[in-house]
Design a protein around this ligand. Structure first.
Ligand code: LP5
Ligand code: MN
Length: 264
């Protein structure tokens, strides 16, 4: 199995005026538009994300599934316009960063270029305000979920991905839909504990990277966990259930915010 190449792995920022925003698990459906978007994220980008944001980090699962950059969807256009509108409304130098999640790990350079976004690696190190934070999607730390980890290893291999991307679009969409159904079914048989991050894996990552803060999503269990370091778990987005939000990091610290108020 060949490994896939990695995105940008580290960023060191020195400007105390930075305003960093983190989101994940938006799960945009292919036909989403600003007026019809079950996540509520597109409207939030256009209307309520802080105008002083200098960098927006999307930490995986932006899309419900992504079966290749050659697939043109309504949500893709809507997202590009919403990001452009956020930049026009606020900071003109606003930068976007995109990380792979377990549903959209096939996002490639073409989409990043189109969205004017920088692709960043899972396990990204961000230094700002004299502190060091680690960013990841979160699924790689769910090591007790052995079936998932086996599946992950398979589909993250370059040769698997190449074979998949060479299939006709209809076939790719059918496989993705089959995997989604299988995933929903298999989750019903797994305990909450198995589907959470493994404490030891988290501690090892924090110690190896020497970070004070860890930010991730994936588990859909938003919160703030304090130990010798702080672990923030980002919420998933669902307008009907009034779920969603972002983490803001500026010189005064980290705060949970969103269209429905604080979530941690
Ligand atoms: O996503 P979510 O929250 O429902 O559950 C995840 C884990 N599930 C997944 C699967 C995704 O939902 C669907 C992926 C769509 C990808 C589209 C591109 C396809 C490209 C394929 C080839 C390159 O990630 C779920 C975890 C849960 O998080 C909590 O952490 O438990 O894990 C599973 O459900 C996996 C099952 O346990 C095992 C599935 C075995 C499937 C075997 C198929 C063999 C591979 C076929 C590949 C074409
Ligand atoms: Mn996920």
């Amino acid at each position: 199995m060949t490994e896939v190449v990695k995105g940008l792995e580290h960023l060191h920022l020195t400007d105390m005026q930075e305003v960093l925003i983190f989101v994940s698990d938006i799960h945009l459906s292919p036909d989403a538009s600003t007026s019809e978007d079950a996540s509520g994220f597109l409207k939030t980008l256009e209307q309520s994300m802080p105008v002083d944001c200098s960098r927006l980090f999307i930490l995986g699962d932006l899309f419900e599934t992504w079966v290749g950059d050659d697939v043109l969807t309504r949500s893709r256009d809507a997202l590009r316009l919403a990001l452009t509108s956020m930049r026009a409304r606020g900071n003109k130098g606003l930068k976007f960063y995109l990380m792979h999640g377990n549903r959209d790990f096939l996002i490639g350079e073409r989409l990043c270029r189109e969205l004017d976004a920088q692709w960043i690696s899972d396990s990204f190190i961000l230094e700002c305000f004299g502190q060091r934070a680690g960013l990841c999607h979160g699924d790689a730390m769910c090591i007790d979920d052995l079936d998932y980890q086996h599946f992950r290893q398979q589909v993250r291999a370059a040769d698997w991905q190449k074979a998949f991307l060479n299939k006709p679009l209809g076939e790719r969409e059918a496989i993705a839909q089959g995997l989604r159904h299988q995933s929903e079914r298999s989750k019903q048989e797994k305990s909450m504990a198995i589907m959470d991050v493994n404490t030891q894996a988290v501690h090892e990552f924090v110690a190896n990277q020497g970070i004070e803060t860890l930010i991730h999503g994936h588990t859909h269990r938003p919160g703030r966990h304090n130990a010798s370091f702080t672990r923030w778990v980002l919420p998933d987005w669902d307008l009907a259930r009034k779920r969603g939000g972002w983490l803001r990091w500026d010189r005064t610290g980290l705060t949970s915010q969103g269209p429905f108020g604080a979530w941690a």
